[in-house]
Write a protein that binds this ligand. Structure first.
Ligand SMILES: Cc1cc2nc3c(=O)[nH]c(=O)nc-3n(C[C@H](O)[C@H](O)[C@H](O)COP(=O)(O)OP(=O)(O)OC[C@H]3O[C@@H](n4cnc5c(N)ncnc54)[C@H](O)[C@@H]3O)c2cc1C
Length: 495
């Protein structure tokens, strides 16, 4: 009971007490939001996962040797000032920046190896200037090949070179990889041949223009030297129409020899492809056991050197596959490499950069390994320059079969060693092929290493690739040799 006049007070209203610990303010995220706005900076788990891989879908154990393969933050930039701001935040906190275009280069090129900021450049996608008279275009790094083609098409012009991943790749990503082989490169030159200048934000946040001889280092630097924020490239008149000629061959030697002869003709094709029966079965099927050679030329001023090609084909016992087969080959130029992936859990591949004269030797060895190891394997080759080919060797695998997986990697490793011995090497370098950099391209490796040391002393730009590596060639060599040997031994014992 209460006494009269006694003042009864209600208990004071209090905030419900949370049993969760108070989340600490993430100062890096706060600063990134300050640079690019809330909608363009994130640390949600979903975004970090999405931005940390690439289409190669490798099994978890493949990543074991990386320290932290998940990005800590995802940032989408739209302006040069924002790129500078993000690099500033990274520098102040000593965390890595991983530039990212379409992520189609695979091999971990644009995936983190020790956390950090995944820097998405796809929103920087403007075509800034088309100078028809000078035959040049100035673009932001995130412009897609399709958007660029549409814009240049309004002027009757084209870039005239693009990777077969053009549906997902962007121009900055292709420059990051130093594109040497693409549709158009045999006749219009490599990306380096077509680069006029680059605007780059260096790891210290300053802006610089790269021209002349230095372009060679920044083209193909995989984001380790800075962020490309603008590129000026040569353009040319678009051919009114093209024609693809396709031929079938019964023997590997014959398709390779004919391919070499076609590359030696004065007139260079827009696109030249060779592939085996199994590769073709996922896009444009061939008669069982055959190999295909497809060559595309513009139809107007420089029509196909048909007589010379037909003579070379006839001498090798090849046959014409018909106009509609050729048309389909051209129509499928973007999709044929992706198609096999839809038919297996993991499409593990290795891209080689080899002299056309050595393609037969490499493929003969690959086909021999494929038979002895019974690994479902396919291959495809695309001409880069008139003398070098991007040869893609693929294994269609179930990643749960660890030994089969690692043995296939062992076979691909043997192929890289063979290519290096012949003066070639891996094509895309990325994270995974950095172990070969010093052996395959020693001069480039040491020049880039020197530049990296002076430009990025704290190593924040895309670490662990090209000039340094988280594992060593020697270690991987032992692992792969042992894996291949154990598999062979296992098979022998099982027999
Ligand atoms: C199906 C398929 C077909 C392909 N065909 C070809 C082909 O025909 N020819 C060929 O050469 N390659 C080919 N490739 C590999 C090729 O290199 C890439 O597809 C493409 O060039 C990469 O572009 P991207 O935008 O996806 O770059 P990403 O993979 O995102 O990045 C590539 C590298 O560049 C860096 N980078 C990205 N943007 C910048 C920037 N603005 N500044 C600095 N560094 C940056 C990244 O950190 C990374 O190291 C193919 C790949 C696939 C999957």
């Amino acid at each position: 009971m209460t006494e009269e006049n006694e003042v009864v007070t209600e208990p004071a209203a209090t905030e419900p007490v949370s049993l969760e610990p108070t989340p600490e303010v993430d100062s890096v995220l706060v600063q990134l939001v300050g640079v690019v706005g809330k909608e363009n900076a994130s640390d949600t788990e979903l975004e970090r996962i999405v931005y940390s891989g690439d289409p190669s879908s490798l099994p978890q154990f493949h990543y074991r040797w990386k320290q932290r393969y998940l990005a800590d933050y995802v940032v989408r930039v739209q302006t040069i000032e924002e790129v500078k701001g993000v690099i500033g935040v990274a520098r102040n906190h000593g965390i890595p920046v991983i530039p990212r275009g379409g992520a189609s280069s695979c091999l971990g090129s644009s995936s983190p190896s020790r956390g950090g900021i995944s820097l998405d450049l796809k929103k920087m996608n403007k075509v800034l200037e088309v100078d028809q008279a000078k035959g040049m275009v100035r673009v932001e790094p995130g412009v897609t090949f399709t958007a660029l083609d549409v814009e240049l098409g309004k002027h009757g012009m084209e870039l005239g070179i693009y990777p077969s991943s053009a549906k997902s790749a962007v121009i900055g990503g292709w420059i990051g990889c130093g594109g040497k082989a693409g549709i158009g490169t045999p006749c219009n030159g490599t990306l380096l041949d077509n680069l006029v200048s680059l605007k780059v934000i260096l790891p210290d946040g300053s802006e610089t223009t790269i021209e002349g001889a230095n372009l060679d280092l920044y083209n193909g630097s995989y984001g380790i030297l800075g962020v490309i924020v603008e590129a000026t490239l040569a353009i040319r008149r678009k051919p009114a129409s093209i024609k693809t000629l396709s031929y079938g061959f019964s023997r590997l030697e014959h398709v390779c020899n004919t391919m070499v002869r076609v590359t030696q003709l004065e007139q260079k094709p827009i696109y030249l492809k060779i592939a085996d029966f199994d590769f073709q079965s996922y896009s444009n099927p061939l008669e069982k056991g055959k190999y295909v050679l497809s060559v595309t030329y513009p139809e107007e001023t420089q029509s196909a050197p048909v007589t010379d090609i037909e003579q070379a084909v006839a001498e090798s016992g090849g046959t014409y596959l018909g106009d509609s087969y050729g048309t389909k080959e051209w129509d499928l130029r973007y999709d044929c490499e992706f198609n096999p992936k839809e038919h297996c859990d993991t499409l593990m591949f290795q891209e080689l950069w080899v002299d056309v004269e050595n393609v037969y030797d490499i493929l003969k060895a690959y086909e021999k390994h494929k038979k002895s190891h019974k690994v479902p394997s396919i291959w495809f080759g695309m001409l880069g320059t008139s003398s070098m080919m991007r040869l893609e060797l693929m294994a269609m695998l179930n990643p749960d079969k660890y030994l089969e997986f690692i043995a296939s990697k062992g076979i691909l490793h043997k192929m890289v060693k063979r290519a290096i011995k012949q003066g070639g090497g891996p094509y895309t370098i990325g994270l995974q092929n950095s172990i070969y950099m010093k052996k395959a391209y020693p001069e480039r490796h040491s020049r880039l290493k020197e530049l990296k040391k002076s430009a990025d002393p704290s190593g924040i730009m895309n670490p662990d690739r090209v000039t340094s590596c988280m594992t060593s060639y020697g270690r991987m060599n032992i692992l792969f040799v042992m894996a291949a040997a154990f598999r062979r031994l296992g098979k022998y014992v099982a027999r």
